[in-house]
Design a protein around this ligand. Structure first.
Ligand code: FJE
Ligand code: FE
Length: 326
């Protein structure tokens, strides 16, 4: 493995110079076909479509980054969305985070994470790790088995008052993720609420994260808080979003939604459609990003780099810690 983390005074991650921006449980709810008509009045439309372009990150990992690059630098409070595919020996070796949360949702396979406080574990298909980096975490995220390990990683910004909180993990195994079903639709509720079912995950920055699977001819009408920023990421199949006669969108696209109080989506194809619907309350704060450090000002970024290099203010454990190879 290339030494991504060997030299603490060389920052072990890619810099994004232009990334500085101003500015329990099994519940099965069998519902009637109540989704035939929307329970909202201002439907959201697709304002922008961004294809997740293939690129490389970490150490040989392949990512489709749809938020956090190009013309979708961020979507307040979201900083990054990657669909990652890693197979050994590629992965994301020892690297730091400060100032935001990472949500890792496995689509296929497993990722083993280890951090500088001794926290260690593996998440598998359908499991979620909701990690609040807060004032600082240094960790590695590496494939847990042979072959391709595939999932989504979302970065959610923290408000200025939460950036320096104690790090925290919420790990939800697949079988504990609440779900609801209605005709031809299954939703896994990772954060927020759908079809009357609520997730127990606590989100510092108010966030909705729903994973929908629609059989052919199925449709959904999901309410969304009116002023939150929201997007869809298509995982599998082809879907119609916003209005029934808009053109179908294929897999690996982010659809940024206009404001409104809900989203309608239809599967008009002959194959299964799967997508995530993610929404969050905007923070409306300045964002200054330096790779995996996200603060409100350049002075706070300079302080963070110093804290990391000198192993202080939350990075104390980074002094002697190195991840163990699998
Ligand atoms: C990163 C180096 C990194 N996308 N998707 C630099 F390793 C990373 C990083 C990841 C990441 C990890 C997983 Cl498990 C999934 C990811 C990037 O850890 F973000 C930067 N900037
Ligand atoms: Fe990470």
């Amino acid at each position: 493995m290339r030494a991504l983390s060997s030299f603490r005074n060389r920052l072990p991650f890619k810099l994004y110079p232009s990334a500085s921006i101003e500015s329990n449980n099994k519940i099965r709810n069998i519902m009637s076909a109540s989704d035939e008509s929307p329970c909202f009045s201002r439907p959201r439309m697709v304002a922008k479509k961004v294809h997740g372009k293939l690129s490389h990150d970490g150490d040989g990992a392949v990512v489709r980054r749809a938020i956090g690059r190009g013309d979708l630098r961020s979507l307040d409070p979201f900083l990054m969305l990657d669909e990652f595919s890693v197979s050994p020996p590629a992965g994301f070796p020892d690297h730091p985070h400060r100032g935001f949360e990472t949500v890792t949702y496995m689509l296929q396979g497993g990722i083993t994470h280890q951090d500088f406080s001794g926290h260690k574990g593996t998440i598998h298909t359908g499991d979620v790790q909701w990690m609040t980096a807060g004032r600082g975490i240094v960790h590695s995220e590496m494939p847990a088995g042979e072959g391709v390990q595939n999932g989504l990683q979302l970065w959610i910004n923290l408000s200025s008052r939460d950036k320096m909180i104690e790090p925290r993990y919420q790990e939800i195994p697949s079988e504990e993720i609440k779900r609801a079903e209605t005709d031809g639709v299954e939703v896994r509720i990772i954060a927020g609420e759908s079809m009357g079912v609520r997730s127990p995950v606590y989100t510092r920055t108010p966030t909705m994260f729903l994973d929908f699977t629609l059989k052919p001819r199925a449709q959904i009408h999901q309410s969304i808080p009116e002023t939150w920023n929201a997007f869809v990421y298509t995982i599998e199949g082809e879907g119609v979003f916003g209005t029934v006669n808009s053109s179908a969108v294929s897999a690996h696209n982010v659809l940024v939604l206009s404001l409104g109080d809900g989203l309608s989506a239809w599967n008009r194809s002959s194959k299964q459609l799967r997508f995530v619907l993610i929404a969050g309350q905007p923070l409306n704060e300045p964002v200054v990003q330096y790779g995996p450090f996200v603060m409100n000002s350049q002075a706070e970024i300079d302080q963070t780099i110093e804290d990391y290099q000198l192993c202080k203010n939350g990075f104390e454990n980074a002094k002697y810690w190195r991840s163990q190879s699998q």
